[in-house]
Design a binder for this molecule. Structure first.
Ligand code: NAP
Length: 315
């Protein structure tokens, strides 16, 4: 079969012939219809993802929509093998295949599941949201952040606030209030404190200095600092580390946790997939897809993509 194959962590994958491994006891061969180029896929293919074993050669791709041998349309996850989904076929564990209704657009599901899952898992499993709570999405302008605004509402948030750099993109994204992270730091901190100081849960896609500044801004503005603030670390587009004054933890009830592969078990992730897929199929989570033939993977891998769109490779 043909696949996107990574032979060096310094170069984009090339479209070439590749042999699939033999099937294990619970495995099934899936004919791939669409596989998304998520940031996690790119970090895996560059050897920099925290959960990967850095094996070469490898086929990138952690999830896909495809057909089982009996014709059933499924969404499957295969995020812990070097034989990923950017191929004509993938070997998947049957228990990680979620049936989809016929008529579903494979590319839309392939584009949306990974970014939408980030907030879904955080709000269901890490900081379980209670009806009417207020959610602040830090870094709301990317695919995952924009979807988080909708996911929070779907899961019961009473108020949703979004912050990011290019906030003009958020006008139609469903936030009750939007804060720009661009500008004089004191003004940004004041705006964050005013808009999100009383929130219950933060979904943080940025980390780094903007997240440290936002933590201090929110906690300083909070009327009752002993009221819990659950800060869920999901992405790190602004940096892998942050520096936080110790007093921010001593003098407040800030609870920092992460959500991702490892902090949530694969079993728990898979358990949430049917309900999330149903929400996407129903069109309740917006998705903007850029379809690219898999044969063009080498050219498209690092090509610029319009903001908010997700590249999906179709074999
Ligand atoms: N843990 C999980 O379960 C999980 C699941 C999915 C994704 N993620 C992570 O979540 C992050 C976002 O994923 P995605 O799919 O949304 O990627 P994406 O669509 O590429 O969006 C990333 C966005 O980050 C924004 N950004 C970049 N640098 C920034 C900065 N310094 N400050 C503020 N915003 C910045 C950019 O928007 P602007 O140009 O508007 O600033 C960009 O649109 C990634 O780190 C990804 O690995 C985690």
């Amino acid at each position: 079969m043909k696949a996107a194959v990574v032979r060096s962590f310094d170069a984009p994958p090339r479209y070439e012939a590749f042999e699939l491994p033999a099937l294990g006891e619970d495995d099934v061969r899936v004919d791939v219809l669409a596989a998304g180029l998520h940031p996690r896929v790119k970090s895996g293919a560059s050897g920099s993802h925290y959960a990967d074993e850095r094996v070469l050669p490898m086929i990138p791709g952690i999830d896909a929509v495809g057909r089982l041998p009996d014709g059933q349309l499924v969404y499957c996850v295969v995020h812990d093998t070097p034989y990923g989904t950017m191929a004509e076929q993938v070997v998947a564990d049957r228990r990680r295949c979620v049936p989809l209704p016929d008529g579903t657009d494979p590319a839309a599901i392939a584009a949306a599941m990974n970014p939408a899952m980030s907030s879904w898992l955080a709000l269901k499993l890490r900081a379980p949201i209670q009806q009417g709570q207020s959610v602040f999405v830090l870094g709301a302008t990317g695919n995952a952040g924009r979807m988080a605004l909708q996911v929070a509402k779907l899961l019961g948030a009473g108020r949703v606030i979004g912050a990011g750099r290019e906030v003009s993109r958020l006008e139609s994204a469903g936030a009750d209030e939007v804060v720009s992270l661009v500008g004089d730091p004191d003004s940004v901190a004041a705006a964050l404190g005013k808009a999100a100081g009383e929130c219950d849960i933060v979904l943080d896609y940025v980390w780094g200095k903007p997240a440290a500044d936002a933590m201090v801004a929110l906690l300083t503005a909070r009327r009752d600092r002993s009221r819990a603030l659950d800060w869920v670390q999901i992405g790190s587009v602004a940096g892998p580390t942050l520096e936080l004054p110790s007093a921010a933890l001593r003098s407040t009830n800030l609870r920092i946790m992460g959500s991702g592969q490892g902090s949530v078990s694969t079993r728990a992730i898979v358990g949430e997939l049917p309900q999330l897929a149903a929400e996407i199929v129903a069109g309740r989570i917006p998705v903007d897809v850029l379809r690219v033939p898999l044969a063009e993977v080498e050219r498209a891998w690092n090509a610029p993509v319009p903001a908010g769109r997700r590249v999906v490779f179709t074999p």
